[in-house]
Design a protein around this ligand. Structure first.
Ligand code: R2B
Ligand code: URA
Length: 309
């Protein structure tokens, strides 16, 4: 397929609304957000979500529930954060929790899963007339040449060829989309982490792949068609191109948020250094502490934005 270039400047919308870019939507009598089990006729989306200012997304439903509980406490909200309920309880595809102005949603693993969630989330924020929303993916990743437990704030998501783009097949064409993230937000997050001064944090490129095993150059999958030397050559090349971590959602996340005028960041902790191995061997307790790191950083950022610290 010949690639179709679709580079857009960050859609600046003076009113701060999230915009959908689909003329067909206006013709729908009702919009059913099927994978959330929410809809414009069955739910009062403006009253449920109109005050949302921060959306945090991450792969695992349990981790996003923990994050919502943590934010409930961090924001000093009334009541017991432990009783927080899943807004998407009617479906087991995604989980969603709300703590004041902070929405936490799980997105599952991989580009197709997060992409479906983002279509419905962006429409939800649009129908709810939410304004000035910042969206952050908090996740896990494999590091390249950096200490495990390091948090990487993505400046740009790249594909497996280290290109700053995301290719989406639409009908029978390949549409190429920009994967830049919000630089000022990334720098602001780095400053927050320096203030916490609890764990190493860097800004770097994040490589987004379609697979965890062969797609990330692992030697321990059910299939492997390359040598150990070829693996290292590839990872070194990635490092040389500025890649500091590898995960599976950042490119479509960056592309969709960019097109819809959402200020977006990707903050992932590294669970291992891929130059040292492929298997995740740290104990459950160590991994649990690592996964709290992006959460602590985002809590600090949100508290600062709300002038709570
Ligand atoms: C990071 O971790 C998951 C794979 O273990 C995947 O969702 C990702 O991006
Ligand atoms: N998530 C990934 O996608 N890769 C890793 O190596 C670790 C977590």
């Amino acid at each position: 397929f010949p690639p179709t270039s679709q580079k857009h400047a960050l859609s600046t919308n003076s009113n701060g609304f999230v915009h959908v870019k689909n003329p067909h939507l206006d013709l729908l009598p009702e919009d059913i957000l099927y994978h959330f089990d929410l809809g414009t006729k069955t739910h009062d989306l403006p009253s449920m979500f109109g005050d949302v200012k921060f959306v945090c997304v991450g792969g695992s439903p349990n981790r996003m529930r923990e994050f919502a509980r943590f934010m409930h406490k961090e924001l000093g909200l009334e009541g017991d954060g432990n009783n927080i309920t899943d807004i998407c309880a009617g479906t087991d595809r995604y989980s969603m929790y709300k703590s004041g102005p902070v929405l936490s949603i799980s997105h599952g693993m991989g580009i197709p899963s997060i992409s479906i969630m983002l279509h419905e989330l962006i429409k939800l924020l649009h129908h709810a007339k939410s304004r000035d929303v910042t969206i952050i993916r908090i996740g896990t990743s494999g590091g390249i040449g950096i200490r495990p437990g390091t948090v990487v704030i993505t400046d740009i998501a790249v594909d497996a060829f280290f290109r700053p783009q995301f290719e989406q097949v639409i009908l029978d064409k390949v549409v190429v989309r920009n994967t830049e993230l919000h630089q000022e937000l990334a720098e602001n997050l780095l400053r927050c982490s320096n203030e916490i001064n609890d764990f190493p944090t860097i800004i770097g490129h994040t490589m987004c792949t379609y697979d965890f095993y062969e797609g990330q150059g692992r030697l321990d999958g059910a299939l492997c068609s390359f040598s150990k030397e070829e693996k290292f050559e590839y990872l070194q090349k990635a490092y040389g191109a500025g890649v500091r971590n590898i995960e599976m959602e950042s490119s479509v996340f960056a592309a969709m948020c960019h097109l819809c005028g959402l200020k977006a960041a990707v903050v992932c902790v590294t669970l291992l250094d891929r130059l040292q191995g492929d298997q995740i061997t740290e104990s459950h307790a160590v991994l649990a502490e690592y996964q709290k790191r992006p959460q602590k950083l985002i809590a600090k950022f949100i508290r600062k934005q709300l002038s709570l610290c």
